[in-house]
Design a protein around this ligand. Structure first.
Ligand code: ZN
Length: 167
């Protein structure tokens, strides 16, 4: 993975994408809109908003929507994550999901928006810093050293017709 330099312009694009996503939040129950964006290894930005449900447990946080959006479009790794909201802090579940696709260098921008005072403050940290002693699929033996290769192999296996069946 090549490290992408997060320029002030890139940071601004990430924050803007998260703010635009926040406007799409479906949160009639909590009334707590959150927007998130991710910068992938290929330099693309994907975003997501929290989507709630009448059956509360089915709701999904903005961070996971953004990560799953990126991964479902082919992203393999994250260079940066941005979360926008009032006292924006990823929950434990989102921290674990972000870590799955992060490196030790993946940046995390936490943008606190106070709607009433119209104040904005940005905290810069790293995804790994938010989840010490995280569950590690490599340490636990669940995955080989490069899980992406395993996934690619599986996709290839199912997408190509078997030659044995033809002969
Ligand atoms: Zn969450």
């Amino acid at each position: 993975m090549n490290r992408i330099k997060i320029t002030p312009r890139m940071r601004s694009l990430l924050i803007t994408a998260a703010k635009l996503a926040q406007k799409k939040a479906y949160c009639p129950y909590s009334r707590y809109p959150v927007g998130a964006s991710v910068l992938t290894d290929s330099g693309r930005i994907f975003s997501g908003a929290n989507v709630e449900n009448a059956s509360y447990g089915l709701s999904l946080c903005a961070e996971r929507v953004a990560v799953f959006n990126a991964v479902s479009k082919g992203a393999k790794g994250l260079q940066a994550v941005c979360v926008v909201g009032k006292s924006a802090r990823p929950c434990g579940a989102c921290r674990q999901v972000m870590l799955e696709f992060s490196s030790k260098d993946t940046l995390l921008f936490l943008v606190d928006l106070d709607g009433n005072a119209r104040k904005e403050s940005v905290t810069v940290t790293k995804v790994v810093a938010l989840l010490p002693k995280a569950f590690d699929p490599l340490d636990s033996g669940l995955l080989p050293p490069n899980p992406q290769n395993l996934l690619r192999g599986k996709i290839r296996k199912h997408s190509k017709p078997s030659k044995r069946r033809k002969s």
